[in-house]
Ligand binder design. Structure first.
Ligand code: HEC
Length: 146
């Protein structure tokens, strides 16, 4: 009985890993040629019908500082840096919602977070119109990017 249940467990693990491997081996047909999910994700990350994610998040998806500027608020000068976040560890939920959302959700900022608030409220990231399969592929690509 014990052996039977561990065998069952092992075959379950095998089933899981085979499925994970199959994910990248499964080919997707794009413009008459077959490519892997990773390649499909890479293509969309750099050219997602709109400005490429790489432009802002960097080709390694680890984010980067795009520009710094000064902002005057309440007669005080603030040195702001527009930093685009690392998206390698974003959860799927956040990822899925952010890519197609029109506006950042409401968020409270502390009084001194003048730059953060300004940048967040400017909704710098464009709105995309990606279907689930495309979002899945980009997410897969980013997670597996070395
Ligand atoms: C013009 C610059 C720009 C482009 C292009 C861009 N982003 Fe962003 N992205 C941002 C900024 C800035 C933020 C931080 C939140 C904000 O201010 O909107 C962000 C936030 C995110 C987040 C949320 C991160 C988190 O964990 O909260 C995800 C996920 C994301 N971007 C994915 C993408 C993907 C995928 C693409 C391409 C389809 C893309 N972005 C294209 C600028 C950009």
């Amino acid at each position: 009985m014990k052996i039977k249940s561990s065998l069952l467990f092992i075959s379950f693990l095998l089933f899981l890993s085979v499925n994970l491997i199959a994910d990248d081996k499964k080919l997707i047909k794009v413009n008459n040629s077959f490519i892997t999910k990773f390649e499909y994700g890479e293509m969309l990350y750099n050219n997602p019908r709109g400005i490429g994610c790489n432009t802002c998040h960097g080709s390694d998806a680890k984010g980067k500082d795009i520009v710094s500027f000064t902002h005057v608020y309440d007669k005080k000068k603030y040195n702001c840096v527009l930093s685009v976040p690392n998206i390698k560890s974003s959860s799927y939920d956040i990822f899925f919602n952010k890519v197609n959302s029109k506006k950042n959700p409401k968020k409270k900022f502390k009084k001194e977070q003048v730059c953060e608030k300004l940048i967040y409220k400017s909704n710098i990231m464009p709105t995309y119109f990606l279907v689930e399969e495309e979002i899945d592929a980009i997410y897969y690509y980013i997670k597996n990017l070395k």
